[in-house]
Write a protein that binds this ligand. Sequence first.
Ligand code: PHE
Length: 356
Amino acid sequence: MLKQLQKNIIAEIEKASELDELDKIYKRYLGRNGELTLFFRSLKDLPEEERKIKGRLANEIKEKIKNALEEKSKKLQDSKKEDLTSSTEGKLKKEWFDITAPGEKFKLGHLHPLTLIKREIIDIFQHMGFSPVEGPEIEDEWHNFDALNIQKDHPARDALSLGKTLYLKEEIPVKQKTKGKLLLRTHTSSVQIRYMEKNNPPFKIIAVGKIFRAEATDASHEINFYQVEGLMVDENVSVSNFKAIIQEFFKRFFKKPVKIRLRPSYFPFTEPSFEVDISCIVCQGKGCSVCKNTGWVEIMGAGMVHPYVFNSVKLNPKFWNGFAFGIGMDRLTMMKYKINDIRLFYSGDLRFLNQF
Ligand code: PHE
């Protein structure tokens, strides 16, 4: 019966897979009220001979069980240690990375070439005493046409065929008070009107912004592009003031001396009016495809502010005079960077844009 008990206990120990299971086995058999302990206690009631034999046997069993428990407990502790190290190693292997490898670079954004040029132009004019101002891209007929002496039957006002103006279909809510139909401004000259309505001369302003014209697009035409509008009004402004300022501007912008040439032209809001050409930057005036072999490139319209315009904004034309000009900024940028197609600016093509 004792032998059977021993067998059972040893089997239980073998099966144990946790250290506290061993603890429980110990308590169950060798603890204060353990089966074997009780058996030892019961020995004293036995006749001497039997007590001796059974006592020795029980002691042997007790020894064996203790040894088995100890051995097993050692085994379990060892395998636990092994588990721990092997899993840490696994983790380390999985999480390993090379701290000396070069990192991935963040992709930084950069400004659009037209934005860069816009800032540069404003900067140059600011250094010459011009203040940057802005006006709305959605305009009304009064600011875009009427106040600028562009008559009702002027072909540019026609929404169809010949005309280049994009009118808005419905009245949409806009912040400013409107006079006439709403449209996308066809030039930045509307900003002259807005500024003069609110400010008294003398002043020198510069307005750089988007304008819109219903054009068939090609390498040199877009339906929206940028204009740089300049306006200087004082008591005694002349064409020579204009020439000096614009010549200095081009010199600073292209970083070399540029020849300019004024040709007589017509704008309803200036008198006299000029078309301004600059000597071709690409071929230095020798003749190339950009200047169509003439050595000159038409770059802006300009003139002396028409008395009609001063009257529109309630300034006295007997007292004030001034010059105004409008430069095509896209063409200027194309000249500076030798770009041959205006549509590239609005294509969103990163191969083009990343060069700036
Ligand atoms: N507004 C004219 C245009 O769009 C340019 C211009 C501006 C001409 C100022 C004279 C004076 O072509």
